[in-house]
Design a protein around this ligand. Sequence first.
Ligand SMILES: [Zn+2]
Length: 500
Amino acid sequence: MGTGLTVTDYDVVLRGGRVIDPESGLDAVGDVGIAGDRVTMVGIGLPPGRLELDVADQVVTAGFIDLHSHAHDLGSARLQVADGVTTALELEAGATPVGAAYAAAAATARPLNYGFAASWAMARMSVLAGLAIDGSAGQMFANLADPRWRRAASPAEVDRILALLGADIADGAVGIGLLLGYAPGAAPEEYRRVAALAAASGAATFTHSRDLIEFAPDGPVDGAEEIVRAAGETGAHMHYCHVNSTTLRHADRVLGLIERAQRAGSPVSTEAYPYGAGMTGIGAAFLAPERLAERGLTPRSLIYAPTGEEVADAQRLRELRAADPGGLAIIRQLAEDDPADRAILLRYLTFAGAVVASDAMPLTWVGAPPGIGAAAAPDTWPLPSAAFTHPRTAGTFARSIRVLHRDNGLPLPEVLAKCSLHPATLLQDRVPAMRRKGRLSAGSDADIVVFDPLAITDQATYSQSTRPSSGIRHVLVNGTFVVRDGRLHPAARPGRPVRA
Ligand SMILES: [Zn+2]
């Protein structure tokens, strides 16, 4: 904590809050001075700013960094800001060509910072299915179930896929995202070559794993082993996406595997979100009627978002997969009301080094024509009742803080590090701008969240999925208030690109 200041012209002073900087370990009452888009001082008795806000009894800390967000429409992005997120990155699905994705995001102007990985799925859609890819999430979801991109590729085709990914890396992609579990036809050798490309350029990869051997005993390789092995063989940083939703009740084996790899010095990291259900396009390979039993699911485990219906039977599931393969569905997997399943979720979230990441989804407009339709969605706030998403979009971070800190007693700085510092640290070698994020100290970006530690909680549920989190008083992105006094300002769109 510094005193004896000479600087007097702060734009904003957040006065008298409990300031937590996960990097330095600072956890003390003090003031935070902001000038322009930077934190310029953290200390006691700062001189007055142009705007003075009393934040006594509130926590003041670095805004949350979400490594896994598909929330590219304004409505879902605003739900994330209202949950304390100041940077939302599309690293698992990715976007190719990445330059087109950055240009589209800049053209809309976003309420929070954004960034993209190169997309192995879209590169495959281009090379194997001949699609004219545009880097949009809508196109990616719409073609997720197209069998052409999910088949095995010849060595020459793999060369072309790698060339597209390499071009994106050269164009500033944050990393390489691999929806491997959606393309079970892809050979392990192709995956290893993508990892080698990533290693050569210092980029991390972000993988939705291939099926675990427990789910698909006939698969070419176990999905968890494959990720860990690629790190060992190529030296690439392999990030294991949403370990909760792809490994389900196999936490012992998979977390044990990751832990051993980490102890052996392999660059493997992971993430989790605090919900028992997943959500993806209903045409996904692993949601084929004949494959649901592998995960202990039935058609009734699925809720088709555009109509809100519980899928009645295998016949109805086949119809929906044929008519609207990109249509989103909730997949009820772990049971949140079952103590044993809740304990499994907690293990993923508390795993050493695991970061909180939401897998936030775009809004589905109930009753709208098939397809994502985000581009045509009305720009309204608060969101009308026709807007639907997975509650993780709106509530992952507030819920993680509530569950980990209030319900289970983890120290708040440790929980906040999982939400801000650790995700920044994972990326900062390739993306130097991340060194100024995930911290709250002089010189860091003024991406800040102010919340009541006794009240912060998620409000979104599976039936009321777009209720914003509560207990969050202020959210600043690059020094601009997007949430002030608990109210989100729809006109505020200070988001900037995060690019390597
Ligand atoms: Zn995924």
